[in-house]
Structures are given as structure tokens and as C-alpha cells.
Design a protein around this ligand. Structure first.
Ligand SMILES: Nc1ncnc2c1ncn2[C@@H]1O[C@H](COP(=O)(O)OP(=O)(O)OP(=O)(O)O)[C@@H](O)[C@H]1O
Length: 956
């Protein structure tokens, strides 16, 4: 049986004599949360035991600490005895950690239930923390290497690029592509990268060809011995290896062992790993075996039984027999015993345990010899600057104490964020399909339509919803596409290329029956017969926060850090130039941005012309000869700023981003990655203005670029390290944002939720300017937001803006509206229903309001509905026509509509603000241009002072 629980006290390790000789054992006190017999059925779990906690691990510890003694006594604490080598893993456990023991033995001893490991058991520490296979591989080399990789990421260098190319070609060969065609195509795809590296396609092709020779030879050999030639429909012989034999890359997740990774290939159920180095020994390298063993574990969990692994050292085939001695065969098979598999799980446990308390490895944990390590210098610099203990020693002087303290704090906050991402992964198996769908985490029950092979061996997959459903899944997202279960079934990472087809939209345009089932188009490496999609948050974002933090502190200039740490006031040059003559504050903002020697801060309330000002500032910077990086949190903001630049007559910019991320009208400016390396490089390096999201700024390509100024929009929505990703690339920076609107998007509640923008605005009020004239809202609409959030400073930019009403719109007559709706701000009282997150009565009223506006001539596309919860968004979606935009505040930030209707879903006594925090109200109330309707339960709203003031304003 499998037993799982939370460690409830300290672990005792000792050595005992048994009939087989001496053995270590560890006794672990555990509060059981789950006991499952190995045939899968749930056996028993005491009612009083702890529920699997939802929060991060640290919360669990806190939970345990605050439990009273009496409470603890009512919980069943059992002892799990971990024998032999598992005592090592048990020794890593601390109270609050989770432990899972597979194939455990149960017995009753003096009325107490006891469990112990058996010969077949695995002990898994913190099973919800998914460790990457490649991390286990670096950990076995040296634990500190694992840490350094986390801090500095994978740099752009030729061996890495070549390795990737060889892997891609390997995948293509497995998919039956021609070798030369594959090499040509893959090298072409990496044009930009090769340009940055200064490599020529010809020499790279030769390099890849040599490595690929080993692969081809080996595949060929397999084919000849097994006579597995296959043919296509026309009878042409294909070089594709027989499908039953082979699978190319596949994402595998193990919920039992807490491991995830992608095997390069699977052949007859066993893992094959490709290494682009040489190995002249008979045996594979130990760290490579460890990697293959991880895949074996993953495959076993997916129903396989694996006893061998293959390592393919592709460089061996390129070596000259006369000069090299040793075993030149590229493919080395090895047998995989249970001892190795268990060793691998113990390694994984070491990582999970260290990450539980954000430990920093010293290198002493492993046997690696620093003299032979390629990363020795980096290791010494990092330990020197951060004053860490390290086996390699330290060089250089340590950062000032406040910077080290800051580094530790932010590092921990980022790791908490990572833990939250892992909690999200764990939900893939903790929740069943229906629960996930209910939670907007999955689209289930899809009808698989077809698969089609694309150029380059990728696949296009099509599926259709059987019934309409909402979810967080959007076009452009990476999701787990599976044939039924994201972990237990066949699954692949896929990108959503299209969500919703024209036909469905056209049919629904004329009815008001709400959302229709949508068609989905996905692309993936493997042809999964997709019937389900699950959200799969990327850890890449977290990884990049860490490297941005590292770069900011360890590579940042002293001056920059003096400013960031409040040790030097930002300086400005003088100028008499006027940049904008009809808006004083905007002019001041451009002046500050252009003359800043360190940084400028532009605070832009809703509709105050932030984008306009950014575009003007960029032009002024370019005129002064600066190279400018334009960045923002979202693709949309980046494209909006570029659009404003274009409107101001400037088009000499390059947009860096993916094809699905960049807006269609900006695709012609998108930097192509494929093609001639020199041309691609020139395109990027010669561009005076380069635009990309802050996430893309952390990419290997962008990290190679440097700028005079970085101008970052939506800066109040960025975490501190998120902002560094962009500003690390430039000498000076200007941040634009509004900390009275949405804060940074983070999962964990910690200090990452305060933006650098907000911190600097408070630290250096003189470096900031607040734009105060808004170009969006009728005067009556802006009053509340101005008073409540901007000290009454916000005002309409022109009389035209102040006097905007629906009457100005073509075909609209205000007289056709009922009296209360003729006022730009109105309130509709709806006695709420009792449910917490939805209110169908409110939804029905909103549908009625939309009809009323339509009858007065307002077009549906001009109306937007904002609700605080996704559940209410779906509820409203069921009542209103699909061409009315209905969404949460977060989706509306940065956009506006002629008419905005806000659904408050408020009932009874309000417990805490409905919109999570007041900044969200600010965003909701400042989206409309000409009319705002608030819909809610008056009595409930009046119980909160801010909403009470809001009602007073609406009633006036
Ligand atoms: N100085 C100006 N003179 C004339 N028009 C302006 C000026 N500043 C802004 N505008 C116009 O006002 C409108 C709103 O400006 P913009 O889109 O830059 O606002 P924003 O602050 O970026 O809005 P949001 O709050 O949605 O981000 C645009 O149509 C813009 O052209």
C-alpha cells in the first residue's frame, strides 16, 4: 500500500542489528493524509487527520506550529519506519514536509498502527514538488551547479545551440524526415541565434552532420536487424522507424516520484538519451545514467517496465579512429537495476528537501572535484559576492549587507512563487476532470476532430467543444493537451493557435443565446488525439525572475544600485526643449524621461495619454541618438505603444515576440528568427527601437542586446525582478504605470506584489510626474476615481471630453433611454441572491440593460460588462449576446468602452472588498467613456465605506 502524510515531529535515525546484519533505520512521525492500497483503491484515512493542505508548504508548517497540543493529540500520528538507504531520505525530513512511501507494510504493534518500507518501497520527500530530470543530472554532478544554473540560466553559447540543433535533427529523423532537409531547415530556423554567435550556416551544418551520422547509423542498424522498413501509401519506402518501436520526445510527469522531464526518445519502451559530447569508455557516464534512470521511473509510472537504457554519444562517430583510443561506438546500452532507480529518487529527495527551506548548496554535499569544473570561476564569484560558503572558495568582495539581505529576501519570494506554480501542477492529479473544468483550469470532453502534419514535423490538432464552457485558457497559451488525462494519459505541451471558429461566431452574431461551443486549433510536437486541455503554468517566468535578480545585483553598475537602494537621488540634465505643447504634465514627463541620467517615473491615471507620451518620449530619445528598448508586461501594451509611435509617424522599430503573441498589424515589424544569420543579426542590431515584453527581455537573445534607455510601460504590474529583466539591458530607464490600478500578477502572497515602480515613486517623488488630464471619460464619470484615488487631481483634458455623452454617437438618442440611464453614472438596485460568487438575477438585469441600450441605438460592441469573479462572468455570458464583452477587471485593464456595466455580486454583509482590493474598483469604474451603470445590492454595498461613497456619487 502507499501511505502519505505530513511529518509531525523530529525524525530519529539509528543503526540496528538485524538477521541480515547492521542496518540503518529512521522513524518518522507522520500525520496520515492518504492510505491507498496498491491496486488503487482508497483504503482508510482517519476522519480527524489533516486534509491535504491547499497552501504552500510553509503555511503547512505554520499550521502545525499553531495547532494546540490537544488538537495534535486528536490527530492520528503514526510512525513510518524507513529502512536502509531510505533512512538517508528520511533524515532530510522536517516537520511540515510531506512524505510518501510506496509499497509500505502495515502492522499493528501494541494497539498502534505502524508502517514500514519494504524491499519494493520508494520514499518520496515533498512529492508535489516536481523536480526536473535535468536538475537531478546537474545535482549529481555537483549540487552547487544546480543552484548556479538556477541563478544564471543557460547562456547563449555555441555548444548549447549545437546541442539543441542535434536534438532537433534527431527528433526529425525519428519522425522520418530526410537528414539533409532536416539539417537545412533547423539551421535556417536558428538564423538569428547563429548570427548572434557569429557562426556560419555552412560550418554549423558540417558540425551537426557529423553528430547526426552517429544517429543515422544507429537508427539504420536497428532497422536492418529488425527488418522494420515501412512504406507510405504510395509504396515509397520511408526511413521512418517503425512506429511501434519508437517515440520521439514526450513530456512525462510522475505524480508519485515528483519528477518531470522529456526523454529524447523512447525505443521499445526504454529511454534513449542523446549526448553531443564524446565518451570513449565502455560504460555511459554516471550522470547520464542517472538522467536515463529518471526517465525510466517516469515510464514505469506510465505503465512500462524498463530494464535498459541507451546513451548515444554523437561525437564518438566524428572522431578519428587513428587518433583516439577507446570505445568509439556511439550507442552505449546499460541495464537499469532497482538500486539505480532508488538512488535517483534519493537524489531527487535531496533537491526537494533543500528547496523546502530555500537552502543554498555549498558543493560539499557531493564528491565533485572543483579543479575539473567548468563553472568554477562563476561559482567562486557568486559565493564571493553573496558571501556564501562554497567548496570552490570565494573571489571578489562581497556586496554590501543590505544588497545581500535584499537578494535573499527576493530569492525566497521568487521560490515561494515557484512553489505555487508546483501546487498548480499537483492539482493536475489531485482534482478530477470535472473539478478542474469547474475551476476554469481545464476544458474537458472535447471532440477530437483531426490531426495534420505540418512542415518541420510538428502537428496541427483540431478539437471541438461539445458544449460551451469558459476557462482561463486563451489563444496563444501553452497548455497540456491530452487524450483524457494530463498525467496518466498521453499528453503533450501544445500551443493554442486558434480558439473559436468563424462559422460559430457568424451563427451566433444574430441570436442572443450566449456562448457557442468553440473549435480549437493547436500545434504540438506529437499527434495527441486531444480530448482535454489543462492549464500548465510555465516555470520559465519564475526562472527568468531569478536570473534577472542575479543580473541586477551581481552585474548591475554601482550607480544603478545606489539608486535602487535609495543611496543616491536620480539625476537629470537640463533642457529648454518643449516636446508637447498642449499638456503641461505630459511635456514634463517626456522631459524627465529624456533627460534622466538614471531613471524617470511617469504616473499615468486612466486615459491620461500614457501611450501617447511614451511614443513622444521615444521619438525624442531617438532624435538624441539613443538606442531605445520599449517594453511592457503584456504584448497588448507593447503593440499599443508601437501603434502610437506609428501614428506619430515613426516606424523604424523592430518587434521581438512570437507569431501568436504579436498583434497582426505589427507582424510586418516582427523580427524573423529564421534565415540568413548575418541579415537577421543586422536587422536586430541596427534597429534603434526594439520592442518586446519584459518576459522576452529575459530571453537569451535579448540578453545579448544593450540599450541607452529602457522605457517600460505597465510598470506597476511588474514585480521588482520582472522590471529588472528589461532595465538590466539599458543604461537608463523610465517606468510608466499607475500603482492605483492592478498590482503585479503573482501567485504567492509576498513582497513580489509591490512593484519597483511603486517603491521608487515613494522613494523619489521628484523623479516622478503624474499625468493629470484624462482623454477618456465624461466629467461626471471621472469624479469618483479622481477623488478617491488621485487626490482630486484628475480632470478632463478638454471640454469635449468633459461633455461626452451617448448622444454624440451616431444613431443614438438619449431620449430613448429610461430617465435614470440618461445620467452618465447610474445605479441599478438588485436584491442579490444568496450564492457567493454568482448572481443570476443580476445577470438577467444586465441582459435587460443591454437590450435597453441597444434599443436606444448603442451597438453591442460598444458595451462592456465587468464582474468580480469568473463564475459571474460565465453566468452573465449565459444571459447576454456573445458580442458583448464580458470579463473580469484584469482582462479589461488598458481598454475602454462607450458603456460599461459593473456587476457587484454583493449580498448581505460584505466581508472584505468584492473586487479583492480597491485598485480593481478603480480600474472597473474608469473603463467607460460615456456611460457607467453600477448593478448591485444597495444594502450590501452600503455596509462598506468606499462603496457607500461610490453610491452617493452615483445617486447625485
Ligand atoms: N497631448 C495630447 N493631445 C492630443 N491628444 C492626446 C494627447 N494625449 C493623449 N491624447 C489622446 O488621448 C487618447 C488616450 O491616450 P492614450 O491611449 O495614450 O491613453 P492611456 O493613458 O495610454 O490610456 P490607458 O489608461 O488606457 O492606458 C488617445 O486617443 C490619444 O491620442
Amino acid at each position: 500500500m502507499n501511505v502519505r502524510g505530513t511529518v509531525a515531529g523530529s525524525v530519529e535515525v539509528r543503526t540496528v542489528s538485524t538477521s541480515y546484519g547492521e542496518s540503518d533505520l529512521a522513524e518518522v512521525p507522520v500525520q496520515l493524509t492518504d492510505v491507498t492500497s496498491t491496486d488503487g483503491s482508497q483504503e482508510a484515512c482517519d476522519q480527524t487527520t489533516l486534509e491535504a493542505s491547499d497552501g504552500p508548504a510553509r503555511e503547512r508548517t505554520a499550521e502545525l506550529e499553531t495547532q494546540t497540543k490537544a488538537e495534535l493529540e486528536t490527530l492520528t500520528t503514526v510512525t513510518i519506519t524507513c529502512w536502509g538507504k531510505w533512512a538517508e531520505s528520511a533524515d532530510l525530513l522536517e516537520p511540515g514536509m510531506e512524505i510518501l512511501v510506496t509499497e509500505a507494510e502495515e502492522r499493528e504493534y501494541q494497539g498502534e498502527q505502524q508502517y514500514s518500507t519494504t524491499g519494493d518501497s520508494y520514499v518520496v520527500v515533498e512529492p508535489d514538488f516536481l523536480v526536473n530530470v535535468t536538475d537531478i543530472r546537474s545535482w549529481v554532478e555537483c549540487p552547487r551547479l544546480y543552484y548556479l544554473n538556477k541563478l544564471s540560466g543557460v547562456p547563449l553559447n555555441y555548444p548549447v545551440t549545437k546541442g539543441t540543433l542535434v536534438h532537433e535533427v534527431f527528433g526529425d529523423l525519428l519522425r522520418g524526415q530526410d537528414l539533409e532537409a532536416s539539417i537545412e531547415e533547423r539551421i535556417d530556423e536558428r538564423g538569428l541565434e547563429l548570427g548572434l554567435l557569429g557562426e556560419s550556416p555552412k560550418s554549423v551544418a558540417e558540425d551537426v552532420r557529423q553528430n547526426a551520422a552517429a544517429i543515422e547509423g544507429w537508427l539504420e542498424q536497428g532497422r536492418l536487424t529488425e527488418d522494420e522498413k515501412s512504406g507510405d501509401e504510395d509504396g515509397n519506402e520511408s526511413f521512418a522507424p517503425a512506429e511501434s518501436e519508437w517515440r520521439s520526445e514526450q513530456l512525462l510527469i510522475s505524480e508519485t516520484f515528483g519528477i518531470r522531464g522529456r526523454a529524447d526518445a523512447i525505443r521499445r519502451g526504454a529511454p534513449v538519451e542523446l549526448k553531443t559530447g564524446k565518451n570513449l569508455k565502455k560504460e555511459p557516464r554516471f550522470k547520464d545514467k542517472v538522467q536515463a534512470a529518471c526517465y525510466a521511473l517516469l515510464l514505469e509510472e506510465h505503465g512500462g517496465s524498463v530494464d535498459t537504457g541507451t546513451l548515444l554519444y554523437t561525437k564518438n562517430s566524428a572522431l578519428d579512429r587513428n587518433e583516439e583510443t577507446g570505445d568509439l561506438t556511439p550507442a552505449k546500452d546499460f541495464s537499469m537495476g532497482s538500486g539505480l532507480l532508488k538512488f535517483v529518487v534519493r537524489l531527487r529527495n535531496e533537491i526537494a528537501a533543500m528547496e523546502f527551506d530555500d537552502g543554498v548548496p555549498t558543493g560539499h554535499e557531493g564528491n565533485a572535484k572543483c579543479e575539473y569544473c567548468f563553472e568554477r570561476d562563476t561559482c567562486m564569484v557568486v559565493s564571493g559576492r553573496l558571501d556564501q560558503e562554497s567548496k570552490a572558495g570565494q573571489i571578489g568582495t562581497a556586496l554590501p549587507a543590505e544588497e545581500r539581505e535584499y537578494f535573499d529576501r527576493i530569492y525566497r519570494a521568487i521560490e515561494e512563487e515557484r512553489r505555487e506554480v508546483h501546487r498548480e501542477y499537483a492539482k493536475l492529479w489531485e482534482q478530477d476532470a470535472e473539478e478542474r473544468a469547474e475551476d476554469d483550469r481545464a476544458l474537458i470532453d472535447l471532440e477530437f476532430l483531426e490531426k495534420r502534419e505540418l512542415e518541420g514535423g510538428r502537428w496541427e490538432l483540431r478539437a471541438r467543444q461539445r458544449s460551451p464552457a469558459t476557462s482561463k485558457i486563451r489563444e496563444g497559451d501553452l497548455v497540456l493537451a491530452s487524450d483524457g488525462h494530463p498525467v496518466r494519459g498521453e499528453a503533450e505541451l501544445a500551443r493554442i493557435e486558434r480558439f473559436g471558429d468563424e462559422r460559430a461566431e457568424r451563427n451566433s452574431a444574430n441570436d442572443s443565446s450566449g456562448p457557442q461551443p468553440q473549435e480549437l486549433v493547436l500545434t504540438a510536437d506529437e499527434p495527441v488525439e486531444v480530448t482535454r486541455l489543462d492549464i500548465y503554468p510555465s516555470e520559465l517566468t519564475t526562472d527568468r525572475l531569478l536570473t534577472a535578480l542575479h543580473d541586477a545585483l551581481l552585474k548591475g553598475s554601482e550607480r544603478r544600485k545606489d539608486v535602487l537602494f535609495g543611496r543616491a537621488d536620480p539625476a537629470f540634465e537640463d533642457t529648454e526643449e518643449v516636446f508637447i505643447d498642449n499638456n503641461e504634465r505630459q511635456n514634463e514627463a517626456v522631459t524627465k524621461a529624456v533627460t534622466a541620467e538614471d531613471c524617470a517615473l511617469i504616473h499615468g491615471p486612466p486615459g491620461t495619454g500614457k501611450t501617447y507620451t511614451i511614443a513622444r518620449a521615444i521619438r525624442a530619445m531617438v532624435e538624441r541618438g539613443d538606442r531605445v528598448l520599449l517594453s511592457a508586461f503584456t504584448n497588448r501594451a507593447v503593440d499599443n505603444a508601437l501603434e502610437a509611435l506609428r501614428e506619430q509617424g515613426f516606424t523604424d522599430f523592430i518587434r521581438v515576440g512570437t507569431e501568436s503573441g504579436v498583434r497582426e498589424d505589427m507582424l510586418s515589424h516582427r523580427l524573423e528568427r529564421s534565415g540568413d544569420p548575418e541579415e537577421r543579426l543586422a536587422e536586430l542590431e541596427e534597429a534603434q527601437v526594439v520592442a518586446a515584453t519584459t518576459a522576452t527581455c529575459g530571453s537569451r537573445t535579448m540578453k545579448e542586446q544593450s540599450f541607452d534607455v529602457a522605457l517600460v510601460d505597465e510598470a506597476a504590474q511588474l514585480t521588482e525582478p520582472g522590471t529588472y529583466a528589461a532595465i538590466n539591458l539599458a543604461e537608463r530607464f523610465a517606468l510608466v504605470g499607475d500603482h492605483e490600478q492592478l498590482p503585479p500578477v503573482v501567485r504567492a502572497e509576498n513582497e513580489l506584489s509591490e512593484s519597483l515602480f511603486e517603491r521608487l515613486v515613494e522613494l523619489y517623488p521628484d523623479a516622478g510626474v503624474m499625468l493629470d488630464r484624462q482623454y477618456r471619460m465624461n466629467q461626471r464619470i471621472q469624479v469618483f476615481a479622481s477623488r478617491e484615488f488621485y487626490d482630486g487631481e484628475l480632470r478632463p483634458a478638454t471640454p469635449e471630453v468633459a461633455g461626452r455623452t451617448l448622444e454624440d454617437l451616431e444613431g443614438v438618442s438619449q431620449d430613448d433611454l429610461p430617465e435614470p440611464l440618461r445620467d452618465p453614472v447610474s445605479f441599478v438596485d438588485v436584491a442579490g441572491d444568496a450564492s457567493q460568487y454568482t448572481d443570476s438575477e443580476e445577470a438577467a438585469r444586465i441582459a435587460g440593460l443591454i437590450e435597453t441600450y441597444e434599443a436606444a441605438g448603442v451597438e453591442r460592441e460598444s458595451i462592456g460588462v465587468i464582474a468580480p469573479f469568473r463564475a459571474q462572468v460565465s453566468e452573465i455570458g449565459n444571459h447576454v449576446p456573445s458580442d458583448v464583452a464580458v470579463d473580469t477587471v484584469d482582462r479589461f485593464q488598458g481598454s475602454s468602452k462607450e458603456v460599461i456595466i459593473v456587476s457587484f455580486v454583493a449580498t448581505g454583509d460584505l466581508e472584505g472588498p468584492i473586487f479583492e482590493d480597491y485598485r480593481r474598483i478603480n480600474v472597473a469604474l474608469t473603463r467607460p467613456k460615456r456611460a457607467l451603470v453600477l448593478v448591485g445590492d444597495r444594502r450590501a454595498l452600503e455596509s462598506d465605506p468606499v462603496y457607500e461613497r461610490m453610491l452617493e456619487w452615483a445617486d447625485r
